[in-house]
Design a binder for this molecule. Structure first.
Ligand SMILES: Cc1ncc(COP(=O)(O)O)c(C=O)c1O
Length: 410
C-alpha cells in the first residue's frame, strides 16, 4: 500500500486566514483555527448562549455541546473526563495548580524547575520558595539549549516532590524525553508537571502512556480557541487543596477550577477533533473505529510533512554560519519540533521581523516568555531571537519564500 502523504491544499481549505496570501510562521505564538472551530463557536453563541444544564431546550443543547467538546478532548489525549480542567490559559492553570499543591509541600521539600521552560511552568512554582519549599533549577546547556538527564539525577532526592519541565521548548524546539524524565522523578517519589503547550500542534500527547501527573497545554496552539487544558491524575486532584467554593470540596475536578469558563470557546473545542476527523476520512477513508488511532494517524501525516519542511530550513541554515540556530540540527520530529529560533550576527531580530512582515511573512521576535532560556543561551533577552514556526498547513513554497527573503535581508 502506498505511503499516504498529507494533502496540504485540502488542510488549508479549512483555514480562512490562509487564503489572505500571507505566509504565516507565527504558529508557536498561536495557530489558526479551522472552519469547524469557528462554526462551533458561532453556532453556540447564536443558538444557546445561556446557562447550561437546565431543563429548557437551549440550555440542554448548551450542556450537550460542552460535554461533547470536553469528552472529545479528554479522549484525544487519553484522559478520563473528570481528569481534565479547562481554564482560561495554561499560565492560570499552573498558577491554580501551584496553589492547590502548596499545602502538600512541607517546608524542606524540594521541587525542580528548568530554565528551558516558558515562565508559565516556572514562575508559579518558583514562588513556592516563599513558603519554605526549596526550588532547584535544572539548567540547559548554554550552547545546545538541551537539558541533560544526567544532571537531573544530581538534583533528585527523596525530598523531591515535583519536577516541572516542558515536553517541547518554545525557544529551543527540542522534544524532551518525557518518559525518561518521568521515570526518574517517579523513582524518587516525585510528581511531574509537564508543559505541553509547544507540543500539541505537532504531536498528540497520550497522558497515560507518558504517565504524566499533570500535563498542560493551550488550545489556541492546537488550532482552537484561547483556553488552557490541564490534565491531572485523579488521585492528585483528590488530595489537592480545594481552589473553588467551599461547597465544591471533594468534587473532582471542580476543586482545581475556580470560577466559570468561556462556554462558547469550550464548545468550539469540539471543532478541532471534527477537523482532524475530516482529515482522517479524506486520507484514510473509514478504516479505524478508535478515535485515538484515527487522530494519531492524522498527526503521523502532520509529522511527516513537517519533517520535509524542516529539512529545507536546516539545509538553508547549514550554509549560513552567521545565523545561529538554537537547538538541534535535526528534522526528526521525535527530536525537535518545527519551531526555529535563530540569531543573526550583528542584526536586531525585531528589524528582520519587520522586513519580513513587509514581504507578507509573519514571524515573531523576542524572548517569548522563555526569558530565562534565552538568557541562559547567552542572548540578551531585550533583543531575544527571531522565531519562525511551521505546522502541517504550511507549504514548502512558503518555506522557500522565507529562505529567499531571509537570505536577502540577513
Ligand atoms: C511553551 C509555552 N508554555 C506556556 C505558554 C503560556 O500559555 P498561555 O498563554 O495559555 O498561558 C506558552 C505561550 O506562549 C508557551 O509557548
Amino acid at each position: 500500500m502506498p505511503d499516504t502523504c498529507l494533502d496540504v491544499d485540502f488542510c488549508r481549505s479549512f483555514f480562512p486566514p490562509l487564503s489572505s496570501g500571507e505566509v504565516y510562521f507565527e504558529n508557536a505564538g498561536g495557530s489558526y483555527a479551522p472552519r469547524q472551530v469557528i462554526d462551533a463557536l458561532d453556532a453556540y453563541m447564536r443558538e444557546c448562549q445561556c446557562q447550561p444544564g437546565w431543563q429548557f431546550a437551549s440550555s440542554r443543547s448548551a450542556r450537550e455541546r460542552l460535554d461533547r467538546a470536553q469528552a472529545l478532548m479528554a479522549e484525544a489525549i487519553n484522559a478520563d473526563c473528570d481528569e481534565i480542567v479547562i481554564g482560561p490559559s495554561t499560565t492560570l492553570n499552573v498558577y491554580v495548580l501551584a496553589h492547590a499543591l502548596a499545602p502538600l509541600l512541607a517546608p524542606g521539600s524540594e521541587i525542580v524547575v528548568t530554565n528551558q521552560d516558558h515562565e508559565a511552568n516556572g514562575g508559579a512554582w518558583r514562588r513556592l520558595a516563599d513558603s519554605g519549599v526549596k526550588v532547584r533549577e535544572w539548567r540547559i546547556d548554554a550552547r545546545s539549549g538541551d537539558l541533560d538527564l544526567g544532571q537531573l539525577d544530581e538534583l533528585l532526592s527523596e525530598r523531591t516532590r515535583l519536577v516541572c519541565f516542558p515536553h517541547v521548548s518554545n525557544i529551543v524546539g527540542s522534544v524532551n524525553d518525557v518518559r525518561a524524565i518521568t521515570a526518574k522523578a517517579h523513582a524518587v517519589g516525585a510528581m511531574v508537571c509537564i508543559d505541553g503547550v509547544a507540543t500539541v500542534a505537532h504531536q498528540l500527547p497520550d497522558v497515560k502512556a507518558l504517565d504524566a501527573d499533570f500535563y498542560l497545554f493551550s488550545v489556541y496552539k492546537m488550532y482552537g480557541p484561547h483556553l488552557g487544558v490541564m490534565y491531572a491524575k485523579r488521585e492528585h486532584i483528590e488530595v489537592a487543596d480545594n481552589q473553588n467554593h467551599f461547597f465544591h470540596e471533594g468534587n473532582v475536578p471542580e476543586m482545581l477550577h475556580p470560577g466559570g469558563l468561556s462556554y462558547e470557546s469550550t464548545a468550539s473545542m469540539a471543532g478541532i477533533v471534527d477537523y482532524f476527523e475530516s482529515l482522517y476520512t479524506h486520507h484514510f477513508g473509514a478504516e479505524d473505529n478508535d478515535l485515538r488511532t484515527r487522530l494519531h494517524k492524522v498527526y503521523g501525516l502532520f509529522q511527516k510533512h513537517e519533517a520535509s519542511l524542516m529539512v529545507r530550513v536546516l539545509d538553508y541554515l547549514s550554509g549560513r554560519p552567521d545565523i545561529r540556530l538554537i537547538g538541534r540540527d535535526t528534522s526528526d520530529p521525535s527530536m525537535r519540533a518545527a519551531t526555529f529560533s535563530v540569531t543573526v550576527a550583528g542584526r536586531d531580530p525585531a528589524d528582520i521581523a519587520s522586513r519580513l512582515a513587509d514581504q507578507g511573512i509573519c514571524v515573531g521576535h523576542g524572548h517569548f516568555y522563555g526569558y530565562r532560556c534565552v538568557d541562559a543561551l547567552g542572548i540578551d533577552p531585550a533583543q531575544g531571537v527571531l522565531r519562525f514556526s511551521m505546522v502541517h498547513y504550511n507549504t514548502l513554497d512558503e518555506v522557500e519564500k522565507l529562505v529567499v527573503a531571509l537570505d536577502a535581508i540577513a
